[in-house]
Design a protein around this ligand. Structure first.
Ligand code: XMP
Length: 323
């Protein structure tokens, strides 16, 4: 019978047996999944694990700091931070196709990892043979890895791995749903802000800009996203919604008016959803006053945004993310 204690015990034993005296690396994304996977493996093999955090420049405001400070403080894990913003932006330049963006981000991610691996291997100590990933059950199913269903989107932590991958994978959360992962994280002593964090996609804000990804657009979206998150938290709604992607329609412009002047800016889409497991979702009926505050603040505070629109589509037929 299923308890978080059993899951942790089983996984810790299995991971110890598998890894032996070798070493493992784990990518931290800032999300719950990779954090819990890392904490679990850290519990099993301690200093044989090194975590790598790739700052791809597609993170939201404050996320890098949360990994660098809070997660390290909670777990004592060894962390290597790689600043790869320039590399990712260069690889994404001129690209607008969503699947192409995902493939590029997944590919660059693995390459940066392999570089980090090489650097870690160059240290003294046993071989680094294992890569830890926070793959969950729904990821496995949607990527066709579990049941043979069609690949809906190439989730980069399952389907987008290159052929010549040099690591053996450890995926300790492969049989779990999100709520179970949170329970395991809590049991492992991770702080509330990490355990209760809403899901955020690996490709980050890169798939929340409809159009080409540029530094300027990312900065703009980061501001809008931070405002939406702040207001949702202030209204006490974080636990009521599954997540609320904030999307920049970079290739769309609309006419507006501000003061005496005509504006010609971009729309921001709010996509609040309720869900149990992200396989299906419904749009969240957020209070109008909260939506109003978010809209007013975004249009006042974010340059080049003159319109905020609400996505009222369930999944299916829409997916949660726009790309
Ligand atoms: P969709 O858009 O497929 O999203 O309805 C379902 C859930 O998955 C998240 N998502 C991803 N997570 N890598 C991830 O780790 C990805 O490539 C990815 N794409 C979507 C999305 O935020 C939602 O929670």
């Amino acid at each position: 019978n299923w308890t978080t204690g059993n899951v942790i015990e089983e996984q810790v034993e299995a991971i110890r047996a598998l890894v032996g005296d070798k070493r493992a690396i784990c990518g931290l994304s800032g999300g719950v999944d990779s954090a819990v996977a890392a904490a679990l493996v850290q519990k099993a093999i301690g200093s044989q694990l090194t975590c790598v955090y790739v700052d791809h420049g597609l993170m939201r405001k404050g996320e890098t700091e949360q990994v660098e400070k809070d997660f390290v403080a909670a777990t004592g894990v060894q962390l290597k931070v790689v600043d790869a913003e320039e590399r990712f932006l260069k690889a994404l330049a001129g690209v607008t196709d969503p699947e192409e963006k995902r493939k590029i981000i997944g590919r660059e991610f693995i390459r940066v990892f392999e570089q980090a691996q090489a650097e870690i291997i160059a240290d003294e100590g046993p071989a680094v043979e294992f890569l830890v990933q926070g793959t969950l059950y729904p990821d496995v199913v949607e990527s066709g890895g579990g049941t043979g269903t069609a690949n809906i989107k190439s989730h980069h932590n399952v389907g987008g791995l290159p052929e010549d991958l040099e690591f053996k994978l450890i995926e300790p959360l492969r049989k779990l749903f999100k709520d179970e992962v949170r329970m395991v994280g809590q049991e492992l002593g991770l702080p509330e802000e990490i355990v209760q964090r809403q899901p955020f996609p690996g490709p980050g804000l890169g798939i929340r800009i409809v159009g080409e990804v540029t530094k300027e657009r990312l900065d703009l979206l980061r501001e809008a996203d931070a405002i939406a998150r702040e207001e949702l938290t202030a209204a006490g709604l974080d636990r009521d919604i599954w997540q609320c992607p904030v999307v920049l329609l970079a290739d769309v412009r609309s006419v507006g008016v501000q003061g005496d002047g005509r504006t010609y800016g971009h729309p921001i889409v709010l996509r609040p959803v309720s869900s149990e497991d992200a396989m299906t979702a419904d749009w969240s009926r957020l209070p109008y006053d909260v939506l109003g505050r978010i809209s007013t603040r975004i249009t006042n505070e974010v340059r080049d945004v003159n319109r905020v629109v609400l996505d009222v589509t369930s999944k299916p037929p829409g997916t949660i993310e726009w790309e």
